[in-house]
Design a protein around this ligand. Sequence first.
Ligand SMILES: *Cc1c(COP(=O)(O)O)cnc(C)c1O
Length: 361
Amino acid sequence: MSRFPLSPNPKPTPELERAEIMRDPGFGKRFTDHMALATWTADAGWADRRVTAYASFQLDPATAVLHYAQEAFEGLKAFAHPDGSVWAFRPEANEARLADSCRRMGLPALDDGDMLASITALVGADREWVPVGGEASLYLRPFLFASNAGMSVRSATEVTYCCIASPSGPYFGGDGVQPVDIWFATDLIRAAPGGTGEAKCGGNYAGVMAAQLEAERHGCSQVGFVDAVERRYVEELGGMNLFAVTADGELITPNLTGTILPGVTRSAILQLAEEVGVTAVERPIELRELRTRADDGSLTELFACGTAAVITPIGRFADLDGEHVVAGGRPGEVTLQLRGILTDIQYGRRPDERGWLTRLA
Ligand SMILES: *Cc1c(COP(=O)(O)O)cnc(C)c1O
């Protein structure tokens, strides 16, 4: 018996409509028939766990999260394997990070195993929503928020946990893996020492939107951030970590200093470096170093990584000082190799030697 018992949706999406959605699901636009829920109160702790029909929340206008953004979330994917089984990639890492994010946001962490139990129950209920074939997956979004009403500034007295699921198509469409352009915002900062930068919380994303608009005004699709103190070191993107490959065979990523989100994909890539013949190095990277080395050719590849896109090559980056092309603007060899290994493991096309996969259904 699941910790998250199922009350089936009495009005599931008709099969034809679901098939239509699954043909081209996009990303984060359509949601499955169910969601997982639980409620925390100071008196009872976590209770009322269940999987039930996907539905709107009814929220008092004074609900705390709407005013003070006390919220944390996760993002992971369920992958269908050729034999029809469904798997998650390192969900225990997401569960641990969610607990860390909750601590930083003053939210109660879920009880041990609740995140995994909720996604297992949800995927079990919505199994036919897991896309099969291609590079499609069921994106899972666990999140919790202060759901008590009241505008005095104090920590939550009631917290709602929810997990929703969204079928998502291949991040890159028919043209294959396409490099993106990055705008380094040097005036707008994402995270400061002691702040919430290493927590996965909605507030960090709210703070990124203005910089994202600035990037788009400069013709770039993504924004990159530098450190808050010296405005010199690159940190990460709005929702992805950053890696560089050098001509002398190093795979460099900024070390985690408390202002960078510790990505699960980042951690996997560091462990896979050896397999593609590069040496993983975690150290501070100056924006100036990226500029000079992109121009003199000793920076051979640059890419971003995260659950949604896995690995996205960066073909060009720019800031107020000018623009720089990396590797002729084409996806690099190490970038594509790492991406291939990661997705092969995720989709069951390569043995899971590190025990990264957990079966959900
Ligand atoms: C989620 C996230 C990442 C990527 O983390 P993954 O666990 O690899 O998906 C990177 N940066 C930020 C700011 C994020 O929110």
